[in-house]
Design a protein around this ligand. Structure first.
Ligand code: AMP
Ligand code: MG
Length: 413
């Protein structure tokens, strides 16, 4: 656990890295589960997968053409075609084992098993395409257009190693070696809770003082994209009893609770009021946006409490929840790609805090370093600007101003 050190009786703000380490530790590593391939997309393989069969499982033709003995067509040329009787037709999927006799040809299709006795395949384009007899216009060296047993994967070898992220190619290979299920780290069931008496769900009409709820929509989208199963409570009033009553019945079916709002320094901070002393600790993190944060366990269930402003929510997700979830799901790389870029304008940042500004990064051809410009100001309510951003500009704690033309760190989203 990362400790918050008390200085002169007041808790100092914890660093982004300290809070992140605590959230990563809180989420731990997810247990493993066997899932159908179709449900494994984006998940991480939890154990090595050994191939039950070789790939290819048998010598087969890489072309539509004719399986022959190379010695029988060695004299073939454009002027002097060699004519052979076609004694078998072998489409893909034929499962018996016809043997090729010397001086004959078998018509063969791509992926069909090579008959014993044949040592080469002549492409149909190098013949007259005959079905009774075939005229071969070109010699074929031994082994031409043959895919050999096991040249892709040897039976018994590790086809996919534990830790592999399962994308289309990896899932395809799993099926190709005969599997219909894989053991992965199970995605958590996440309960997303938006707090705020002011929150209204579209399409209801707004009254003065009310706003449409948006945090849960962002969190659900971000969590689903990572494979999580998500349920949301979209407008829990700023009332401790109402908050507890809404969430407590769902705790048993949740692996993680993520709340937004109700954690800063004002009155009516419902999340803070309900969970202080119940296993969740609240702290100020030295960052902008997203200062007020909390995490811990409520009745044993991990809880991460995010601030209420929409931009703070997304930045907090990037800074804490995304790496913690990736780590819990078994990913070894939990970082966004970080690049250096030259600022198109001067930015200021509060000293002592790590600032995450929304930005747009471009790299022109031939450029070593890209350029980045801010989208919107530092305000944590400026959600529209976030929609135009493709990165976060990171201004470190010791930077108060970053001048136009200087190089900064950029996290690509
Ligand atoms: P809070 O941290 O609860 O004081 O909220 C900070 C700001 O974020 C306030 O302006 C809230 O109205 C706004 N806010 C809180 N939750 C949401 C939400 N779920 N959707 C949109 N805005 C929100
Ligand atoms: Mg609130």
């Amino acid at each position: 656990m990362v400790r918050v050190i008390a200085i002169n009786g007041t808790e100092r703000a914890r660093t982004v890295d300290e809070h992140r380490a605590e959230v990563i530790e809180l989420l731990g590593t997810r247990p493993t589960i066997e899932l159908p391939l179709a449900d494994c997309t984006g998940l991480v393989l939890a154990e090595d997968v050994r191939a039950g069969v070789s790939l290819p499982p048998f010598d087969n033709s890489a072309m539509d053409g004719y399986a022959v003995r190379s010695v029988d067509v060695v004299e073939a040329g454009p002027e002097r075609p060699v004519e052979l009787p076609v004694t078998e037709d072998i489409p893909a999927g034929r499962t018996d084992l016809p043997a090729l006799l010397p001086g004959t040809a078998h018509r063969i299709m791509t992926g069909a098993p090579l008959p014993t006795g044949a040592d080469t395949v002549v492409m149909v384009e190098r013949t007259d395409g005959g079905t009774e007899t075939v005229r071969v216009h070109e010699a074929a060296p031994p082994g031409a257009h043959i895919r050999r047993t096991g040249e892709d994967v040897a039976a018994g070898s590790v086809a996919l190693a534990a830790g592999t992220v399962l994308g289309p190619a990896q899932l395809g290979l799993a099926s190709a070696v005969g599997l219909d299920r894989l053991t992965v780290h199970e995605p958590p069931r996440v309960l997303v809770v938006s707090t705020g008496t002011e929150l209204v769900l579209p399409p209801a009409e707004l009254r003065h003082g009310q706003i449409y709820e948006s945090n849960s929509v962002m969190l659900v989208a971000a969590l689903r994209a990572m494979g999580c199963r998500v349920e949301s409570l979209r407008s829990v009033a700023d009332d401790v009893d109402a908050f507890r009553a809404a969430i407590e019945p769902k705790l048993a079916d949740s692996d993680l609770v993520v709340t937004s709002g109700g954690v800063s320094a004002g009155a009516y901070e419902v999340v803070k009021d309900a969970l202080t002393g119940a296993g969740v600790r609240f702290a100020k993190v030295a960052m902008q946006p997203g200062g007020p944060q909390g995490c811990g366990r409520w009745n044993g269930v991990p809880v991460v409490t995010l601030p209420g402003n929409p931009v703070s929510v997304l930045v907090s997700f990037e800074a804490f929840l995304r790496p913690a979830l990736l780590s819990a799901l078994g990913h070894s790389d939990v970082e966004r790609r970080r690049v250096r870029a030259r600022l198109t304008e001067t930015l200021t940042s509060p000293r002592g805090k790590r600032q995450f500004r929304r930005g747009y990064y471009t790299q022109r051809e031939g450029q070593v370093t890209g350029v980045v410009g801010p989208r919107g100001g530092p305000g944590s309510h400026l959600l529209a600007a976030f929609t135009q951003a493709n990165c976060l500009i990171v201004l470190p704690e010791d930077v108060a101003e970053a001048e136009e033309g200087s190089e900064v760190d950029v996290l690509l989203l």
